[in-house]
Write a protein that binds this ligand. Structure first.
Ligand SMILES: NC(=O)c1ccc[n+]([C@@H]2O[C@H](COP(=O)([O-])OP(=O)(O)OC[C@H]3O[C@@H](n4cnc5c(N)ncnc54)[C@H](O)[C@@H]3O)[C@@H](O)[C@H]2O)c1
Length: 330
């Protein structure tokens, strides 16, 4: 079978590709577990870092392009024995600044992908990455669950809610077998910061570990629901593998997370650094009203019980996440 990962050059898409090369198999549209003979990474940009170590795997292929290009998206979905992990997306900060691009990439791009799957003589499984930015505003409780009303207060969150609804309806119609993972903030993103408003949650760990200064845009008392990058990749695979019999009409699953304040994250970081003799770079409080405002509209905890029931793994602790990051990236 073939696996397409959109956003395969990004943080999570790239980690997913690496994990799938180890996994080697997934449940195909036939309903049987099949060997993966092709993993296609699709992205506007595939850096040397994204490719490093993956070139040696014969099943890996790369295609650069734009998900809002319908013909190109159809050319990716060229087999019936196919699964899709749809991660390509503009992130929260840029969606606020480039409304029209957010619609064409996050909405039109997803529609092209869904239509391409619908045109096959099979019912491909498709895992879509949504976000807790699907929630927001006055009606939002501190802890969100799959029962919480979705009231996004950002363009990014709006595109994710529409994405979840499209997945549900294409699944109801029998065009695809879709599943949406609603992600909390994922840590620790390696490399450079991105333009997501949540970027500081990785930066406050990554920059000091690298001996660099972290400019912290939010208050240290800010609470965050976070999840480690290995856990989220395992969650994508668990969601893909979950039997359709276990899944309800609402195919959107909020992933479990751990709730931490920024101050607690820093305490864990200091403990981890001390145990490994790492000298941390300084953390400088540098309030940014725009980021504070966006982050204040997000929930501070997630209830992932429904996802846990269908086999999504329990979250690692922050100390485990920091240890894994040091082993993987430092
Ligand atoms: N990382 C998180 O904390 C987090 C939290 C919630 C949701 N998500 C979602 O998970 C997914 C993956 O997140 P990530 O952290 O890996 O983000 P990322 O920005 O690292 O990866 C997204 C990738 O999509 C690609 N992309 C953007 N526009 C494209 C286009 N027009 N055509 C093709 N590719 C395009 C980008 O180049 C990028 O490589 C995204 O859908 C994101 O919204 C992530």
């Amino acid at each position: 079978m073939k696996v397409v990962i959109t956003g395969g050059g990004g943080f999570l898409g790239n980690q997913l590709a690496r994990q799938l090369t180890k996994h080697g198999q997934l449940t195909a549209p036939s309903g049987q577990i099949e060997n993966i003979d092709e993993i296609l990474l699709f992205d506007t940009h595939l850096s040397d870092v994204a490719k490093a170590g993956l070139e040696e795997h014969a099943e890996i292929r790369w295609v650069t392009g734009d998900i809002s290009n319908r013909d190109q998206v159809f050319s990716l979905i060229d087999r019936d024995d196919i699964s899709v992990f749809h991660l390509a997306s503009m992130v929260s900060g840029e969606c606020e600044e480039r409304f029209d691009d957010a619609l064409s990439i996050n909405l039109d791009g997803q529609r092209h992908l869904l239509e391409a799957c619908r045109s096959r003589q099979s019912t491909p499984r498709l895992v879509f990455t949504s976000s807790i930015a699907a929630f927001g505003g006055e009606v939002m409780p501190d802890t969100v669950s799959d029962d919480t009303k979705r009231t996004p207060l950002t363009t990014y969150g709006m595109t994710k809610v529409i994405g979840e609804l499209l997945i549900n309806d294409y699944t109801r119609k029998g065009f695809i077998d879709g599943r949406s993972a609603r992600l909390p903030t994922i840590i620790i993103r390696p490399g450079k910061p991105n333009t997501a408003a949540s970027s500081f949650a990785s930066g406050v760990l990554r920059e000091p570990l690298a001996g660099q200064t972290c400019e912290l845009p939010v208050d240290r008392s800010q609470l965050m629901p976070v999840l480690g990058y290995r856990d989220v990749i395992d969650s994508f695979i668990a969601l893909h593998e979950a039997s359709p019999d276990l899944l309800g009409e609402d195919r959107a699953y909020g992933l479990p997370s751990i709730q931490l304040s920024v101050a607690e994250m820093i305490e864990n970081l200091e403990e981890a650094a001390a145990s490994r003799d790492i000298t941390l770079g300084p953390i400088v409080d540098t309030p940014d009203p725009v980021i504070r405002h966006i982050v204040a509209t997000w929930p501070t905890a997630t209830d992932g019980e429904r996802a846990l029931k269908i086999g999504v793994p329990r979250p690692s602790t922050l100390m485990q996440i920091i240890d894994t990051y040091i082993d993987d990236f430092m």
